[in-house]
Design a binder for this molecule. Sequence first.
Ligand SMILES: [Zn+2]
Length: 129
Amino acid sequence: MTTTAVPITQRQPLTPVRCASWCADGSGHAHQTHVEDQYCHSIMLDMAASLHVPQDAEPVTVYARKEPGEDTAYVVVRTPDDREMRLTVDEVQRLRECLEHMAWVAEQDAGARNAFEIGRDVGRDRDGA
Ligand SMILES: [Zn+2]
């Protein structure tokens, strides 16, 4: 048995998929060459990440994505060095909470270097000091 490659121009168009309501394409992705490329993606939000290593001019990009045939979407975070982190909606909420908390922690050192030591105030209250 031999396999003959079919030129892209002679391939049958793909059956359109049902796009998510937020899909930036919205056409059903029938123009794609492969079924696995018929995924929905939202608009992409770019954010400068000035401390990212290696530093370059590329931003962190965040967008929602849904694979063809799947009902559940997820969120993609792509770093300037082209790494992707895929998160469920619940994981995004947890990450948001963690980021907000750690941003708060990082700010504590700005004005009161010794005021934020876990357990220090508890011991002081117990001793009545
Ligand atoms: Zn779509």
